[in-house]
Design a protein around this ligand. Structure first.
Ligand code: IPD
Ligand code: CA
Ligand code: CA
Length: 255
């Protein structure tokens, strides 16, 4: 299954790389939310690989999914064919493909591919996390004032303001704050130890499925924003190196 995830992420990533420098067709999906021709082309590539390798599988892909239920017993593939569409459309070279497989709500394996840097992050439960062929481990920073925090921004006004308020409290306590515009890459940066914390108030399961297992297999911790065990259908996500998880919760994402 990991091989299928990797192949799907790579093939979709190649589609994105080929289309990146060309003019794009842009459709507005909703508030601060767009879709390009590349999202759809990459999605076809990823789904084609999964269907060929795993016929009959349930595929929950961002642009084409139907109803799904996290409590279902059926294995589910979660696909984000282009994570970072706004970056892609505006020529910011930060985007990825994310492909993860969950069984009974637990992610078993996943791959995140950054096609411009040819960086493939992947993990299988119990087998460690890797970037290309290199084993990943989260950072060992234990104090907030040593931490680099990554976050991305919710689209809707109320959650965006909530996220801004939390950042207002957190930023003075930490070393650095960054926002990259690809949730999947944000999680991978925690896994590789180049960031210590990632949070976002409103993500879909396709944004996080692969990243969850990559962070956990690198030794990190993933929960909801209250610090409780996650469910793939929740909106708010916190991933850390584990050492600063409690300190982030105490800083009060929901105060
Ligand atoms: C978005 C990105 C962004 C996050 C949004 C996501 P998309 O994914 O991951 O960083 O803040 O919530 O929806 O729309 O580019 O696939
Ligand atoms: Ca996404
Ligand atoms: Ca997407």
């Amino acid at each position: 299954m990991l091989e299928i995830a990797i192949r799907a992420a790579r093939e979709a990533g190649q589609v994105l790389a080929a289309l990146y420098a060309r003019p794009h067709e842009i459709h507005v999906k909703g508030l601060r939310d767009i879709l390009t021709e590349a999202d759809l082309a990459a999605e076809q590539a990823a789904i084609g690989v999964i269907r060929a390798g795993c016929p009959g599988a349930l595929i929950v892909s961002e642009e084409t999914h139907t109803q799904w239920d996290v409590r279902s017993e059926q294995p589910m593939w979660f696909v984000d064919p282009l994570d970072g569409t706004t970056n892609f459309a505006r020529g910011l070279p930060m985007f990825s493909v994310s492909v993860g497989l969950a069984v009974k709500g637990q992610v078993q394996c996943g791959a995140v591919y950054d096609p411009l840097l040819d960086r493939l992050y992947y993990a299988e439960r119990g087998q460690g996390a890797y970037l290309n062929n290199q084993r990943l481990a989260v950072s060992d920073r234990a104090k907030l004032d040593e931490c680099l925090i990554l976050l991305d921004w919710p689209r809707h006004q109320a959650t965006r303001e909530q996220s801004a308020k939390f950042l207002h409290r957190l930023a003075p306590q930490v070393d650095a704050v960054r926002s990259r515009g690809s949730a999947a890459l944000g999680l991978c940066h925690v896994a590789e130890g180049s960031a210590d914390v990632y949070y976002q108030y409103t993500l879909g399961p396709w944004d996080v499925a692969a990243g969850i297992v990559i962070v956990e297999e690198a030794g990190g911790k993933v929960t909801n924003l209250h610090g409780q065990p996650y469910s793939l259908d929740q909106p708010g996500w916190l991933a850390t190196n584990g050492l600063v998880h409690q300190a982030i919760i105490e800083a009060g994402p929901y105060q």
